[in-house]
Design a protein around this ligand. Structure first.
Ligand code: ZN
Length: 479
């Protein structure tokens, strides 16, 4: 069976095209993307669905789904005296100790449905809550991983599931604290989990790995894990999110985290396009240049990084050096790619007292080196931000998503053409309006793998997903 949609305007890899017919197969892969398509009489008579503005869905490259249950609830200034990332982490640990696999599914389904409604069509799930409440293994070692996959299947979002290697509390192989017992995994545990998850891989699901951080997994373990990993699987790691982490790495290894990782892996397992370095907030100039050259993706989560007071990532210099990036919602204080992209750009503007900072950095890179990230030369900031983040996120997910082209997934958004913001606009201005003007959600329909999961702004299972989430929150709040 082949399905099709005709868009008056569609954002294709090279920019906006007109009169675009998208066709996809039953597996959800795009068979044809045809611009300047002339509608036949049969098409005009209702045989071909039509839309005005169609754009590729966004990839959310960093998620800890269970943290959705505490979004917005760690904002009490009196709680800890001086509140920072580390005190927030203690609250998160307390929540993590109580969540059952069934609750995990309810929370993740709510989160994923929200992400879909706002324009994310794929998510990378950095999954470290893998053991039972008492720290023992579940009889089914992938009980919590399956809960996430079921939530993804129920909601229709594409997922790259990344079981986490988490063995230590800090550098020098410090033993895990009791409150970290549900995260504990050895290399052997992760390989067992990967084996069990292998059968789930399909057009909607990819399986990779995530050494949690250099604090939680040492280099020997990371190499051991990667040596057993099938080729072309995504590899994610938290890196250099906090100054304290950088100082601890320097004290333990004599090097900063990114430099240590770049130099510590041998050439066979070096940092390359399989890797996503999440946050990478605190880099030296030489680390930043080396990372940009590596073809890895930096995973930036501006709403969470701002919420936790992480610091600035020097995105302008990184993009100027040809670096690749994508966005994630991490702790889920936001479920909107618009908010992430707006923060990403505004943070750089406030810091530099300039405008169009990230896009200008890309144009400067294009002028000096050429198009090493494959985005081309759009003249619009909004369009560049969306395309670059979707492309980087797609690479980090190791799935064929993030662009409307033959062979890629049929993952796209139909915008609400009746909204006042989208009246009397040239198509080239649509992404600027979407990202920089107002807070109404302009996503009307969401199609993932060729299936419509959001219509008229509502998820197809909204009522039952919300009811299960509310039941779950009632249980968790009572603890
Ligand atoms: Zn994270």
């Amino acid at each position: 069976m082949i399905d099709s949609l005709y868009a008056q305007h569609a954002l294709l890899p090279d920019g906006w095209a007109q009169q675009v017919k998208l066709s996809w197969n039953a597996a959800g892969d795009l068979l044809q993307v045809q611009a300047n398509y002339v509608l036949s009489d049969a098409d005009q008579n209702g045989n071909l669905a039509q839309a005005t503005y169609v754009i590729p869905g966004m990839v959310n490259l960093h998620s800890h789904a269970f943290q959705r249950a505490m979004a917005g609830l760690a904002e009490n200034a009196g709680q800890h005296g001086s509140d920072n990332f580390w005190s927030w982490r203690s609250q998160m640990y307390r929540l993590a100790l109580h969540i059952t696999p069934q609750q995990m599914q309810a929370i993740a389904a709510q989160l994923y449905s929200e992400c879909l409604r706002h324009g994310y069509t794929s998510i990378c799930e950095f999954h470290y809550l893998q053991r039972a409440e008492d720290g023992g293994l579940y009889a089914n070692k992938i009980a919590t991983a399956e809960a996430l996959l079921q939530a993804a299947t129920q909601t229709g979002i594409g997922i790259s599931l990344l079981p986490v290697l988490y063995s230590h509390a800090d550098f020098n192989d410090a033993p895990l604290a009791s409150e970290q017992r549900r995260f504990a995994t050895s290399v052997r545990d992760v390989l067992d989990i990967l084996n069990l998850l292998e059968a789930y891989r399909d057009g909607q699901i990819e399986i990779g790995v995530a050494p949690h951080s250099l604090r939680a997994a040492n280099l020997t373990q990371i190499v051991e894990l990667l040596n057993e990993l099938p080729s072309q699987r995504p590899i994610h790691i938290h890196i250099a999110e906090q100054q304290k982490e950088v100082a601890a790495c320097l004290a333990a290894t004599g090097q900063r985290p990114v430099a240590y990782l770049l130099q510590g892996l041998d050439t066979a397992q070096g940092i390359d396009q399989r890797w996503c370095l999440v946050h990478a907030t605190h880099l030296s100039a030489s680390e930043l240049q080396a990372l940009a050259q590596s073809q890895a993706v930096v995973g930036l989560c501006p709403s969470t990084e701002a919420n936790l007071g992480d610091g600035w990532f020097d995105l302008a210099d990184y993009v100027k050096a040809g670096g690749r990036f994508g966005i994630g919602s991490d702790s889920h204080v936001s479920q909107s790619p618009i908010e992430e992209l707006r923060w990403l750009e505004y943070g750089q503007r406030l810091r530099s007292q300039q405008r169009h900072v990230i896009h200008s950095a890309h144009l400067s890179h294009l002028a000096s080196v050429g198009d090493s990230i494959g985005i081309g030369k759009s003249s619009q900031s909004g369009e560049f931000l969306w395309q670059a983040a979707a492309r980087g996120g797609a690479q980090a997910s190791a799935r064929r998503v993030g662009q409307l082209a033959q062979g890629y997934r049929a993952d796209f958004l139909v915008l609400d053409e009746t909204h006042p913001n989208l009246q009397e606009l040239a198509p080239q201005a649509v992404m600027n309006t979407l990202i920089f003007a107002g807070n109404d959600n302009l996503v009307k329909e969401v199609v993932v793998g060729g299936k419509t999961v959001v219509s008229a702004g509502r998820h197809r299972q909204e009522a039952q997903i919300q009811a299960a989430f509310v039941r779950c929150m009632r249980q968790l709040r009572a603890i």
